[in-house]
Each structure stands twice: as C-alpha cells, then as structure tokens.
Ligand binder design. Sequence first.
Ligand code: MG
Ligand code: MG
Length: 248
Amino acid sequence: MISIKTSREIDLMSIAGLITYDTFKYLEDFIKPGITTNKLNDLAKSYIISRGATPAFENYNDFPTAICISVNEQVVHGVPNNYKLKDGDIISLDIGVCYKGYYGDSAWTYPVGKIDEDKKYLLKHTENSLYEGLKQIKPGNRIGDISSSIEEYAKKHNLGIVKELVGHGIGSSLHESPDIPNYGNPNIGPILKPGMVLAIEPMLTFGDEDIFLEEDDWTISTCDKSPSAHFEHTVVVTKDGYNILTKR
Ligand code: MG
Ligand code: MG
C-alpha cells in the first residue's frame, strides 16, 4: 500500500526537504582536504537541530551518527570517523531530516579538491541517471519505468548498478512502500498517483557492481575498490509530473 499524502503532509515534507537541501548547501563550504568526516557530521547535526528538525538517521536501526558519509569505494552507510579528506577523494553525503514527524531524504556525491577524470565521469553520469529516473515520474506511469530508465542510462555509460539497495516511498516514516530498484523492466509495478512521495536514489560504480559489508557492520563498499557515487532526491508526484522537495 503506497500512501497518498494530504496537502498538509506535503507542506510538512516540503519543509523537511528544504532543511535537508539547506544542510547540503551549508556543508559544501566545508568539504575540503583536511577536514574529518566526524567534523562534517557534527556540523550537519548542529545545523539540522538549529532549523528545528532532527537528523533522521541517528539511532535509526541503531545507526551511530547524524548523517552517512561514504568515501571513494564506499557506496552507502559510511559512518563518519577521524578520516581526513584528501585531495582527489569523492564523498557521498546521505542526509535525512525529520520535521514535525515527516521526512526528507537526499544524497549527493562531491569531489574533494581536484579529482581524476574517471571520478568526474562517475559523478556526472550518476547525477544524470537520477534525473533520467525522475523524468518518468507522472501519474499513470509505473515504478518500473523509473527503474528501467536508470538502468538503461547506467548501462549506456558502462557504470555498475548496485542492486542490493533501492529507493523507497517516504512520509511519516523514513522508508515506506514501495521499493524502487535502480534496474528492472518498464511497465511493471505500482502505478504512480498524485500525492505519492518517493525517494529515488541511484548508486552507481565505476567498476564492478559487487558490494560487501565492512567490519564496522554499517559501511557498504565495492568489492573491487572502484569508486561509487550516490545521488538522491525526495519528490512528490503531482497531477502532471513531479516536484523535487529536497531542492530549493
Ligand atoms: Mg538517503
Ligand atoms: Mg533514501
């Protein structure tokens, strides 16, 4: 069952989404060689709280920190620590915010200093794959249309698709029905309707797509150590398309 949000709920999710977006904008100035991922986490946490919201990931399934930060070959769920960012790294920030009981969820991968051409290619085309998926969002289309568009774009650009992790519905819970894989056939799955709110989040790799769980029991990394990128927006289905809630 996919919930249809009321206009009041969408208003609250718009605020949650905006705070999420503003947290990224706030952090961008700090993403430089030398800063630790712990420091970025602390800045995010205090910023989110200063906006009257709470960091959604902290304590979610016992996750230990406010946001997820995944560096280079780490795909998702990286736990901020004492690692100091280096010139040439890429970092994926995944930020969830809860405002008055409603959630926003977004992820973005950033270059640290000057990155190589392979990483530039990965970032550009993973971001594009997100927008390819979003283009399919309108009433009457199906979840599979989003999935297949992301897959088609990723394959065309020779990028690996992490298949074990998926996008999702979102609302008064961080993760709601339906699952939204980043691969699959068009024309299958639930039909999109106005008022549904979805988090679309392709996770692509520059090399092989196989992943493993690191010893910290949280961080998911590529087996071949190839870099990975993650771009996510929370969007609401409207009567003729969609609006991105995690963007100004
Ligand atoms: Mg997320
Ligand atoms: Mg998500």
